[in-house]
Design a protein around this ligand. Structure first.
Ligand code: NAD
Length: 403
């Protein structure tokens, strides 16, 4: 089957390479020519384990010309849907992709994979194409290919049988429960899914904050709680809170949407608030040992919002580094992958940070060390050389935000 993918970021690149490796003919389109060129050269524009192996083997075609989508039966749209300042969704990229598809004369089925609020596919895409669907993506950065080939579920939103049969055919070789539903339901599944995961993290942090005040280790608590099959252990890891390009923005969008449709989402708001304060708890913890941070050399290990990604968007590292600098600390930082992105996202902040090319060098230049990302390489205890370590993410179970 000939499949198109518009937008070749995390989701689009993984979608294009994965469908191609399932034997489909894939054409991937992106307006960013440098990105297209990188993909053609076998270079992944984002750090994702396995991406370059798939790129080396793929028959997928990468282009910046929409005209090359003609002949595709099905086109997925995976452009960004970032938040606007009020937390609502910026649909400019989706609208522009739809316009370009129309102008290119494409007449096949169009299926957004981008995360969009209920009603969006119907309002923004359906007026222009006869066959429209919605297919949310549940992949996690860092395990994106594994998640694509072994999903917990495949959600197919559709209005017409033709689109549904194309979607079924595209996913034929993947074993997973298929849930077929109308467009708005499929769109809401994605938000409800992400908001629930955010809730679990915020909940673990809430219990962690209580635990800390009474000298209890929240991980022992959550290991027990998580054995309850009705709850499950995943996403109950307390720490400095969730970040990344999805949870914070999807939560804000759902809050804004909920208000628009006439419901004040008290619980969603609480998740947001709980998470917003969590990074600062690591700085407060540091201050229990060093009441004044003026001139203190603080080593920050990890800038990515989680390991195995170079994504720093909305990560706790930004808040923590800003706060440390504001309090007069000298910030030393190291991340195996995310330093470049951290510089790009925070150019101003970045000029005040001293970056190191190894964890050891960063630790050696510091009086105290904060662990912000649980990269595997940080679990080598010989790195720390007797320096005080404060964990924002659990590695050793030494002094941490909830333990
Ligand atoms: P991204 O920012 O990494 O990539 C988006 C890509 O779209 C960029 O390469 C950009 O150049 C391209 N683009 C923008 N406008 C275009 C246009 N008009 N035509 C062609 N290409 C265009 O985004 P992402 O992280 O892959 O996320 C995409 C969508 O998927 C978002 O809605 C996101 O919420 C959702 N999502 C992301 C993840 C994730 O882990 N990153 C997981 C599930 C769902």
């Amino acid at each position: 089957m000939k499949i198109g993918v518009v937008g070749l970021g995390y989701v689009g690149m993984v979608t294009a390479l994965s469908f191609s490796s399932l034997g489909h003919d894939v054409v991937g389109v992106d307006v960013d020519q440098a990105r297209v060129q990188a993909l053609r050269n076998g270079k992944s524009p984002v750090y994702e384990p396995g991406a370059e192996d798939y790129l080396a083997r793929t028959r997928a075609v990468f282009t910046s010309h929409y005209s090359e989508l003609n002949g595709c039966e099905l086109v997925f749209i995976a452009v960004g849907t970032p938040p606007l300042s009020d937390g609502s969704q910026n649909l400019a990229f989706l609208r522009s992709a739809v316009d370009s598809l129309r102008q290119s004369g494409y007449r096949g089925a169009v299926v957004p994979r981008s995360t969009v609020l209920p009603g969006t596919t119907k309002r923004v895409v359906a007026p222009y194409f006869e066959h429209v669907g919605y297919n949310p993506e549940f992949l996690a950065e860092g395990s994106a290919f594994r998640d694509f080939f072994n999903p917990d579920k495949i959600v197919l939103g559709y209005e017409d049988e033709h689109t549904l049969s194309l979607l079924r055919e595209a996913y034929e070789k993947i074993q997973a429960p298929r849930l077929e539903m109308d467009l708005s339901t499929a769109e809401l599944v994605k938000y409800a899914n992400n908001a629930f995961l955010s809730l679990k993290v915020a909940y673990a942090n809430e219990i962690g904050n209580i635990s800390k005040n009474i000298g209890v280790d929240v991980y022992r608590v959550m290991d027990a709680v998580g054995l309850d099959r009705r709850i499950g252990r995943e996403f109950l890891n307390a720490g400095i809170g969730f970040g990344g390009s999805c949870f914070p923005k999807d939560l804000s969008a759902l809050i804004a949407f909920s208000r628009e449709v006439g419901y004040e989402p008290v619980l969603l708001r609480a998740i947001y608030e709980q998470n917003a304060g969590q990074p600062y708890r690591l700085v407060s913890l540091l201050k229990t040992r060093y009441p004044t941070l003026q001139g203190l050399k603080v080593g920050v290990l990890g800038l990515a919002f989680k390991p195995n990604t170079d994504d720093v968007r909305e990560g706790p590292s930004i808040k923590i580094v800003s706060k440390l600098l504001e309090e007069g600390a000298e910030v030393h930082a190291y991340d195996p992958r995310a330093t470049e992105n951290f510089r790009k996202v925070n150019p101003e902040l970045s000029t005040r940070v001293r970056y190191h090319s190894s964890a050891r060098e960063c630790v050696q230049s510091s009086d105290a060390v904060l662990i912000l990302t649980e990269w595997q390489e940080f679990s080598d205890s010989s790195l720390y050389d007797g320096k005080p370590v404060f964990e924002g993410r659990r590695i050793f179970g030494r002094e941490g935000v909830g333990w």
